[in-house]
Design a binder for this molecule. Structure first.
Ligand code: 7PJ
Length: 272
């Protein structure tokens, strides 16, 4: 790493889980209350953006219906808006959820499908908020079965470049576009590592770059550790992504990542 490309506008996006907790018998209210408490904690921990999703997109996950997704996300967005002006990103593929979320106070759309579903591109353009366009090979149900590329970096970069063009053609301003190589979405460990090492090539596309590495199975496989023991691996990945040029880091452990990135920012302050 001879050339560092630390972003002057490095931000932390904290992930809020709204999926009902199967170990709690408190039902819907209980999980909604927990999600709100979690949001308050992440704000106190120093998150710059909150990412709220009502549908799990982990490998092999099932899809949820519109009503269920609205139920999980909209009241939460409204509650957060009552206590904070923090930017809220809505992680969804459904145009209806995008519209309701922005009406409720969300100010960014996170699309793991890079706005390829239904009329989501046009709807997002109409809403006029920043969008995150993520690369994924296949769909969440099947993406980890046999990911394959001739040249993963070029293919992911070309895909994102085309999605930037489509977004601009639909009327989305370049400064409102964020791209994401989609770590773990139809990628082997080697694919993920090649993409991380090539983050600077994504910056060349002229828009902000988001990296989501936190607790991912790549870290689990490299460490042979379950999801609740991936904090230090996740922090290392966050630091490397920041030093390689990511502008936004999507993480679960906000307080710890703030500390780690404070070190990266200190390094950015000095000039040789
Ligand atoms: C990502 C995401 C990611 C963006 C998830 C998980 C899986 N959105 N949503 N980038 N990952 N933009 O957190 O492990 O990497 S859900």
């Amino acid at each position: 790493m001879s050339q560092l490309t630390i972003s002057s506008n490095l931000r932390i996006m904290g992930v809020i889980n709204t999926t009902p907790d199967s170990f709690s018998d408190g039902g819907k209210f209980d999980s909604a209350e927990k999600a709100f408490e979690h949001a308050q904690q992440l704000i106190a921990d120093g998150a710059d953006i909150l990412d709220i999703g009502g549908e799990s997109t982990r490998p092999g996950s099932r899809q949820v219906g519109l009503e269920e997704e609205l139920d999980r996300t909209i009241p939460l967005i409204k509650s957060i808006r009552e206590i904070s002006q923090i930017p809220i990103s809505i992680d969804t593929n459904k145009p209806g959820v995008m519209q309701s979320a922005v009406a409720a106070g969300a100010s960014m759309i996170n699309s793991i499908w890079a706005l390829r579903i239904d009329d989501s591109l046009e709807i997002a353009a109409d809403l006029g908020v920043p969008v995150c366009l993520m690369h994924m090979q296949g769909s969440p149900e099947t993406m980890q079965k046999d990911p394959s590329y001739q040249d993963v970096v070029s293919e992911v970069r070309d895909f994102l470049s085309q999605r930037i063009e489509a977004a601009v053609a639909a009327g989305i301003a370049l400064e409102n576009i964020i791209i994401d190589p989609g770590f773990g979405f139809g990628k082997t460990i080697e694919h993920n590592l090649l993409l991380l090492k090539s983050l600077a090539r994504f910056r060349e596309l002229g828009v902000a770059v988001l990296a989501g590495l936190s607790r991912k199975s790549m870290i689990g496989m490299l460490l042979d550790k379950p999801v609740d023991q991936r904090l230090y691996g996740s922090l290392s990945m966050a630091v490397m992504a920041a030093m390689l040029g990511a502008d936004i880091l999507r993480v679960h452990d906000v307080a710890q990542t703030v500390d780690a990135l404070t070190m990266v920012k200190a390094l950015q302050q000095v000039t040789l």
